[in-house]
Design a protein around this ligand. Structure first.
Ligand SMILES: Cc1ncc(C[n+]2csc(CCOP(=O)(O)OP(=O)(O)O)c2C)c(N)n1
Ligand SMILES: [Mg+2]
Length: 358
């Protein structure tokens, strides 16, 4: 049986291991991300800027929530930034992306304007859903982002639908379908694996395993902790990836995208990641220790890790890093100001963008 990513750190990716159903396509990843050396300096700096943009955006959203300017549910992505940014650099602009309610980072990774996202959070007319969807329900067909779904697991069959459309229309696009560890055991997920494998759909299933579903740890809720193997019964290959290392994500993403674009059908990536904040803004997070959270923050933080590498490898100077940081801060402050000043939707908007049945 394959070892977990944390047990073996010597190689970037291992050769496929034989599995019980004799499909020899299950591989595992380690933390190294060695092949990612082919990333250009410009790409590495862009990754740093983009991860930092998500971090600062989320911190600002947390502040505005605390000030009462954001209502309803709000799930922050702080800690998980390397996942969406590593994958962003593997796909084309017109590939589709779909995810859960923890979606701000995915939208920023799809190049959706932070102003429009923040204005949606504050419930204003300039938001991506005209202030009527809030944090969990935003879309941009222009940017090929299909939500933002509050129902756990819903992104999985919907993602397969998008992939089916790509295949049917023969447009060469693929779908990135994100969901959490808490969704990964649902019946609809396995039904989707079956159909996606049967029809060889161009879809990458991405489980963001941040160790908890609300307050329930993977160890308490999953019979097998190797979530990357959950597609095996359907012949779907899987890789386990250090989701706190943007280069490792990029490397695995490149391999997965190639697999799917080559017409070999779906593939599954389990991103081992961690969220620093509570499940949502109202979660006191009593189910885990401060030491556990601090260990991730202090030793595995994806943004600090990349920053240290950029400086050590002379990809960027301290001054360049500082410049990126102040530009990002300014951009997020502007988004927050925009979101505070955008008007609330007119009452007549109550009757638009909805389906009414007689
Ligand atoms: C069908 C359904 N059941 C329950 C919920 C309540 N709920 C919201 S988030 C969540 C946990 C999901 O955890 P996970 O999939 O690991 O995603 P994460 O929040 O960690 O990103 C639950 C049970 C829901 N929204 N939808
Ligand atoms: Mg989770």
């Amino acid at each position: 049986m394959a070892k977990s990513a944390t047990q073996s750190k010597s190689k970037a990716a291992k050769k496929p291991a034989k599995t019980a159903n004799n499909s020899d396509n299950v591989v595992q990843m380690t933390t190294a991300g060695e092949k990612a050396a082919k990333l250009s300096k410009a790409q590495l700096k862009a990754m740093y800027r983009q991860m930092l943009t998500i971090r600062r955006f989320e911190e600002k959203a947390g502040q505005l929530y605390g000030m009462g300017l954001i209502g309803g549910f709000c799930h922050l992505y702080i800690g998980q930034e390397a996942v969406v940014i590593g994958m962003k650099h593997c796909i084309n602009e017109d590939d589709s992306v779909i995810t859960t309610y923890r979606d701000h980072g995915h939208m920023l990774a799809c190049d959706m304007d932070p102003k429009g996202i923040m204005a949606e959070l504050t419930g204003r007319i300039d938001g991506f859903s005209k202030g009527k969807g809030g944090s969990m329900h935003m879309f941009s067909t222009e940017k090929h982002f299909y939500g933002g779904h509050g129902i756990v697991g819903a992104s999985v069959p919907l993602g397969a639908g998008l992939a089916f459309a790509h295949k049917y229309q023969e447009n060469g696009r693929i779908n990135l379908c994100y969901y959490g560890d808490g969704a990964a055991n649902q019946g609809q997920v396995y039904e989707t694996y079956n159909m996606a494998a049967l029809w060889e759909l161009p879809i990458i299933f991405i489980i963001e395993n941040n160790e908890y579903a609300m307050g329930t740890s993977v160890k308490r809720s999953h019979a097998s902790h190797d979530l990357y193997r959950s597609g095996e019964a359907f012949g779907i290959p899987g890789m386990q990836v250090d989701g706190m290392d943007v280069k490792a994500v990029y490397e695995a993403g490149q391999e997965a995208v190639k697999h799917v674009r080559d017409g070999k059908g779906p593939i599954l990536l389990e991103m081992k990641t961690y969220r620093y904040r509570g499940h949502s803004m109202s979660d006191p997070a009593k189910y885990r220790s401060k030491e556990e959270v601090d260990d991730y923050k202090n030793t595995k933080d994806p943004i600090n890790r990349l920053k240290e590498q950029l400086i050590a490898d002379k990809v960027a100077t301290e001054d360049e890093i500082k410049k990126i940081e102040s530009e990002v801060k300014e951009q997020i402050n502007e988004a927050a100001e925009f979101a505070k000043n955008s008007p609330e939707p007119d009452a007549s908007e109550l009757w638009t963008d909805i389906t009414l049945e007689a």
